[in-house]
Design a protein around this ligand. Structure first.
Ligand code: 25A
Ligand code: L14
Length: 338
């Protein structure tokens, strides 16, 4: 692969920071790395392969000569700047929800639909899915290919890091406050998150679901390229720093046993089966943090229906859920298309 001029937009955020780390760890062929954020971040230097790089303020002129742009600065920033970057020949890999459901913009999880990357040519933009959706489809794609999935019922247990650095701080500060008999302060979330569970991620929609829940419904169908899969989701914020956990119940078209699922997933790309309950082994958020795999365990048959399977799916929301998935897309883009 030749090397590329790469920009990270939102470089000082939780996801942007991880993007820089993943580019370095995977030795992505970077010719020049440009770090962009808001003016609040001016004066900050970040390190890439031992070299210090100053953060620059994002403007319309930031993209001259840049070939790949990894965006994670929020939906409104992407809406404004991704088309500007694309018009200058920069292929944008966008982490926000801004373009995911635009029909001619590909929504990509490399283990599931790498071929869709070719559609970057339509608009110069590739969308990175929602973190909860990514880990779920990585685990379910092999099962869908083998026996067909009719319906998915998922409940999530989502880490605060998905909301960014200020939410990570809020969970630590509230925990410290409560353990020293002080009043916890809630600024990022509408209620106390320490020692609590909030059935509320992103905004509520008219149908009573949250936007996060509907992302799981709509993005799953688009990534799996199958509008017939029925999906219903309940997304919950829990006091965990890194890694989302998910209870996933599926109804399949053809019967598949728990053993067959275990066998199928043991060779699936990006998946690590951890399923040995007699030894107290099952996927845990604290073990998935900092790792690249999607961990699957508690695989068992749903005895309430003829063709049902239950799974527990855990992955680092900032890595596979965001930064790693984006860099994997960039790797395929570079080696196959640019
Ligand atoms: O709209 P969405 O799609 O729902 O996305 C909302 C947020 O979700 C995160 C990301 O937050 C995003 O802002 N996110 C996006 N995709 C994600 C994914 N797939 C995802 N999370 C999980 N999975 P974040 O905290 O990770 O990153 C924020 C970054 O965006 C930069 N930014 C913000 N406004 C910008 C901008 N860059 C350019 N132009 C703008 N107008 C932001 O940089 C950060 O890098 P920054 O300079 O604004 O902030 C640097 C430091 O300042 C702190 N900070 C942020 N906001 C404020 C602040 N401090 C004081 N006041 C503030 N209002 C930050 O914590 C950071 O340390
Ligand atoms: O990528 O956890 O759509 O608050 C935006 C909000 C990811 C998670 C997205 C959160 C998300 C997020």
């Amino acid at each position: 692969m030749r090397s590329y001029n790469v920009a990270v937009v939102g470089a000082t955020g939780a996801v942007g920071n991880e993007m820089i780390k993943v580019l370095e760890q995977r030795n992505f062929p970077v010719k020049k790395l440009t770090l962009l954020a808001s003016e609040r971040s001016l004066g900050i230097d970040l390190t890439f392969h031992g070299k210090s790089i100053p953060v620059e303020a994002l403007t319309e002129n930031s993209f001259a000569g840049i070939e790949i742009g990894l965006f994670s600065a929020g939906g409104s920033i992407s809406e404004k700047y991704a088309p500007i970057a694309a018009a200058q020949g920069c292929v944008v890999i966008d982490n926000t929800s801004a373009f995911r459901m635009v029909p001619d913009i590909p929504l990509v999880v490399p283990e599931v639909n790498p071929g869709a990357i070719a559609l970057y040519k339509n608009r110069g933009i590739i969308a990175n899915p929602n973190c909860s959706t990514i880990q779920m489809v990585v685990a379910l794609k092999p099962i869908h290919d083998a026996v067909g999935i009719k319906r998915i019922v998922v409940s999530t247990y989502q880490a605060v890091s998905g909301t960014g650095k200020k939410a990570i701080d809020e969970l630590s500060l509230q925990t410290q406050a409560l353990l020293s008999f002080k009043e916890p302060v809630a600024k990022v979330y509408p209620h106390q998150i320490a020692f609590n569970c909030l059935p509320h991620i992103d905004v509520f929609l008219e149908n009573g679901y949250t936007k996060e829940e509907m992302k799981m419904v709509n993005e799953t169908k688009k990534i799996m390229d199958d509008q017939s899969i029925m999906v219903t989701a309940t997304t919950v914020r829990v006091p965990v720093f890194y890694s989302h956990s998910e209870s996933v119940n599926i109804e399949t078209k053809k019967k598949i046993t728990a053993d067959e699922v275990r066998k199928l997933l043991s060779t699936a790309p990006g998946v690590m089966v951890v399923d040995n309950p007699s030894n107290k082994e099952y996927p845990l958020a604290i073990n998935a943090a900092g790792r690249d795999e999607t961990f699957v365990g508690r695989i068992r048959e749903d005895e309430s229906i003829p063709n049902g399977i239950n799974l527990w799916v855990v992955s680092d929301n900032i890595r596979k859920g965001a930064a790693l998935n984006a860099v994997q897309i960039a790797e395929i883009l570079g080696s196959k298309y640019l």
